[in-house]
Ligand binder design. Structure first.
Ligand code: AMP
Ligand code: MG
Length: 401
């Protein structure tokens, strides 16, 4: 058996570097920016009002209440066609440009409109300082300013910022296309009644969902039987159209574990026994330069293996500097016993943060076939080789969400 970090480092070292491409901003969510973006213009582009109200000269509000003559109206989107002179005000809507002469805005709630027949007047109830409710040009971003630096993940707010500086395309690292194939003669995926010995294919839908949730493009490569020719065809199809391929099953010690056999023949592979439980067997290598992860067949193992090996490597291929799930320290709410076996165990746990401290407890049956406990888990408690932890002990938890 080899230590987990050695297996992870091996996988990472064999994965290709991220690829840069131009992408439309509308498709850039979750990608990593591959260029420094400098603003070509001020944001906001002009001084404007933050409130519906009246644009005034601040000095005219001294000694409020005061009455000012209303000399015009400016809507958002309109160019100002009227100036504010001494003793005057212009009705103005949020986002509209400040008219020449005005240096402050009085919100509409602090005003009262009067019309005595001699023209519209506004009574201003409050004295306001210069700049009141005015958003200055460039207050968010100045032309020439670095807006976002290369390497940053494009979260929704950053997509908005890029649009605010008129970027409709950006240079970003390509989103990896990740193919998923299930292998096993016992698997059924067409909804038909189970014949003796058959089970449902749960790995493929689960892994395709993990791929999508991780921000990659899932590609369904189907279900193949335990036959070398079928496995080879699926793999060749996968590496031709994907940036990485995940297989499940067929990498253990069984008589019909042909994934390993095929990968050995057509790829540059390493078959590893990693000192972890679940997910001890891992076949990893490249076929035609494309990384192939031969994940174990047991449903929990395939997901844990994805989390520990595939997700970090694929995130690195997508240009992320930060590839690991967050790890926290928590308190074991109940004992989590185990036996010494030379492996690190990853127990499926739920988090309880109700009383300030973070407490964890088992999310259910811990067998590698018991997917419901994985489905309900917030994290994986890391139990180093030994006898496990007692209730009240500190335990490290790898967060899954
Ligand atoms: P294997 O690694 O092929 O020996 O499979 C290990 C265990 O995982 C066996 O009990 C398989 O039936 C089960 N298994 C393999 N592939 C899947 C799958 N796609 N969905 C659900 N269970 C699977
Ligand atoms: Mg199998």
């Amino acid at each position: 058996m080899i230590p987990l970090d050695e297996a992870q480092a091996h996988v990472r070292s064999r994965c290709p570097s991220p690829v840069v491409e131009s992408v439309p901003l509308t498709g850039a969510l979750g990608l990593v920016l591959a260029e420094d973006v400098v603003s070509a213009e001020d944001v906001p582009p002009f001084a404007n009002t933050a409130m519906d109200g009246f644009a005034v000269r601040a000095g005219d509000t001294a000694g409020a209440p005061v009455c000012l003559a209303v000399v015009g109206t400016i809507a958002a989107g309109a160019a100002p066609d009227v100036a504010v002179g001494e003793g005057e005000a212009v009705r103005i809507m949020t986002g509209a440009p400040m008219p020449p002469g005005a240096d402050a805005v009085v919100m509409v709630e602090r005003t009262r409109v009067l019309d005595d027949g001699a023209g519209e007047q506004v009574e201003v109830e409050v004295e306001v300082p210069v700049g009141n409710h005015v958003r200055q040009a460039g207050e968010d971003l100045l032309a020439g300013q670095l807006v976002l630096a290369a390497g940053i993940p494009l979260v929704p707010g950053r997509i908005g910022v890029l649009a605010s500086v008129n970027r409709s395309e950006v240079r970003a690292f390509r989103r990896p296309r990740v193919g998923v194939v299930s292998t096993g003669d016992e698997l059924v995926a067409d909804g038909s009644a189970l014949a003796p010995g058959q089970i449902r294919d749960s790995n493929r839908p689960g892994l395709l969902a993990l791929v999508a949730e991780s921000g990659f493009i899932p590609v369904d490569l189907g279900l193949v039987p335990d036959r070398e020719d079928a496995i080879e065809a699926a793999l060749r199809d996968g590496v031709a159209g994907c940036d990485a391929v995940l297989t499940t099953g067929g990498v253990s010690m069984g008589d019909f574990d042909y994934v390993k056999v095929v990968l050995d023949r057509i790829g540059d592979m390493r078959w590893m026994q990693v000192a972890i439980r679940p997910a001890k067997p891992l076949a990893f290598g490249t076929v035609d330069g494309v990384p192939v992860f031969g994940l174990p067949g047991n449903p929990v193992s395939s997901m844990v293996s994805f989390e520990l090996f595939a997700r970090p490597a694929l995130r690195a291929m997508a240009g992320h500097a930060d590839v690991e799930r967050r790890r926290i320290r928590a308190v074991a709410a109940t004992a989590m016993p185990r036996r010494p076996d030379g492996k690190t165990h990853f127990a499926r746990v739920v988090l309880d943060e109700s009383d300030g401290a973070v407490r964890v407890s088992s999310s259910g049956g811990q067998g590698s076939h018991q997917l419901t406990a994985m489905a309900g888990a917030d994290g994986l408690a890391v139990l180093p080789d030994g006898d496990g932890v007692a209730a009240g002990d500190q335990v490290e938890v790898l967060l899954l969400r």
